[in-house]
Design a protein around this ligand. Structure first.
Ligand code: ATP
Length: 206
């Protein structure tokens, strides 16, 4: 069986992980690109030899993992650093995601891709796109509560991300997750999409 590939995206604190878990609860396989990036860059991770070739030992911490703090400093001083790191990591993330999709016995694979709107490559890898959307004020409130960040910090991250309207423009379905939305409401939305998409095969009309 070919799994239907659903790309899930949304801004910081919109509720992507919450929605992803509901898909998993119905029997989807989750492929989380941030988790794959971490997996590739822990000590002994598959990306480390290539990262070391690109940047030298300065990129690794004393345990032999990617030194994220150091890379942030380097990227601050030299804007090409981020692109070079992505050039190493992105193809490896894509390949692992692809492998996990091919191996899937589940009818649906959910790709959790925060930068889906920005990546035409990732959009092409998806049969359907689901955007989790909420008011900016809700994002601010959730992230402040979860991470103890200041309002200013959260708003800065939101300003760096794609706008809500651009995200919604690429969506086959939008799940609104505002202050008054309960987890039960979200579960109903996910169940409806599951019913719609779990049986039909990729390539069917939307
Ligand atoms: P990030 O991009 O920062 O990883 P995210 O989009 O994955 O965030 P979640 O982690 O799912 O967002 O949600 C952010 C916080 O808001 C979490 O603490 C989550 O439990 C809470 N939350 C999300 N949606 C709801 C909801 N409908 N009701 C109550 N709490 C919610």
């Amino acid at each position: 069986m070919t799994a239907r590939r659903i790309g899930l995206t949304g801004g910081i604190g919109s509720g992507k992980s919450t929605v992803a878990n509901l898909w998993v609860g119905l029997g989807a396989r989750l492929v989380d690109t941030d988790a794959i990036a971490r997996e590739l860059t822990v000590a002994g991770g598959a990306a480390l030899p290539a990262i070391q070739r690109e940047f030298g030992p300065v990129a690794l911490d004393s345990a032999g993992a990617l030194d994220r703090g150091r890379m942030r400093e380097l990227a601050f001083a030299d804007p090409t650093v981020r692109r070079r790191l992505e050039a190493v990591l992105h193809p490896m993330i894509g390949a692992l995601a692809q492998q996990r999709t091919t191996d899937a016995t589940e009818p649906i694979v959910v790709f959790d891709v925060p930068l889906l709107t920005e990546s035409s490559l990732w959009r092409r890898r998806c049969d359907r796109i689901v955007v989790v959307d909420c008011l900016e004020a809700t994002q601010v409130q959730r992230v402040m509560q979860r991470s103890q960040w200041s309002e200013d910090q959260v708003r800065k991250v939101i300003a760096q991300q794609t706008s809500r309207s651009r995200r919604r423009a690429i969506a086959d379905a939008v799940i609104y997750n505002d202050g008054s939305t309960t987890i039960d409401n979200l579960a109903e939305s996910v169940q409806s999409l599951w019913n719609l998409w779990s049986s039909a095969q990729p390539g069917d009309a939307h």
